[in-house]
Write a protein that binds this ligand. Structure first.
Ligand code: PRP
Length: 179
């Protein structure tokens, strides 16, 4: 990133993310011991978290990618979700973990849970790095959460603002933005 570019303020530093991912991966490895899992990376936002998390999980694993995008601008969730890329393998009978970067209104996750449950997995759980409990507008349950946030608009570590900042190694805030 060019040095003259204004960088978002650090909210969760790189070292803290790494530490939390290590703990989440240990928990998942313990909970699924003796099983094969299918980890689903929800594109685009979760590609960085996904890559770091799966490398800490000590289980036989298949990786799948699903592209989802909510319509409208980034600061409000419309609840209308577009599938931009579908899975390449069936989920029937598999132990599936959805890996998401953030659950905000929860409308994307609600859509995804309905979509994937219809494919009859043996089990379906959710792991989200970030969660904004006060913003939740849907009745969903998260199984693994990295960090709970308030209403601040966050970027970095895979999350964008108008397509930018995904490559930042930390979670940052752009001041004066609220999600
Ligand atoms: C972001 C994020 C989640 C969703 C969460 O995706 O990655 O999928 O929003 O918001 P919600 O809980 O209010 O539905 P976005 O649609 O911005 O696409 P991206 O991952 O490609 O950036």
């Amino acid at each position: 990133m060019k040095s003259e570019m204004l960088l978002p303020k650090v909210l969760i530093p790189e070292a803290k993310i790494k530490e939390r991912i290590h703990d989440l991966a240990s928990e998942i490895s313990f909970d699924y011991r003796g099983k094969d899992v299918t980890a689903i990376c929800v594109l685009k936002g979760s590609f960085v978290f996904f890559a770091d998390l799966i490398r800490e999980i000590d289980l036989p694993m298949a990786c799948e990618f699903m592209g989802l995008s909510s319509y409208g601008n980034k600061t409000t969730s419309s609840g209308e979700v577009k599938v931009t890329l579908d899975l390449t393998e069936p989920l029937s009978g598999k132990h599936v973990i959805i890996i998401e970067d953030i659950v905000d209104s929860g409308l994307t996750m609600q859509y995804l849970l309905n979509n994937l449950n219809a494919r009859k997995p043996a089990s379906l759980k959710v792991c989200s790095l970030l969660f904004k409990p006060e913003q939740l507008k849907s009745d969903i349950k998260l199984d693994y959460v990295g960090f709970k946030l308030g209403s601040e608009f966050v970027v970095g570590y895979g999350l964008d603002h108008a397509g930018r900042y995904r490559q930042l190694p930390y979670i940052g805030v752009i001041e004066n933005e609220r999600h």
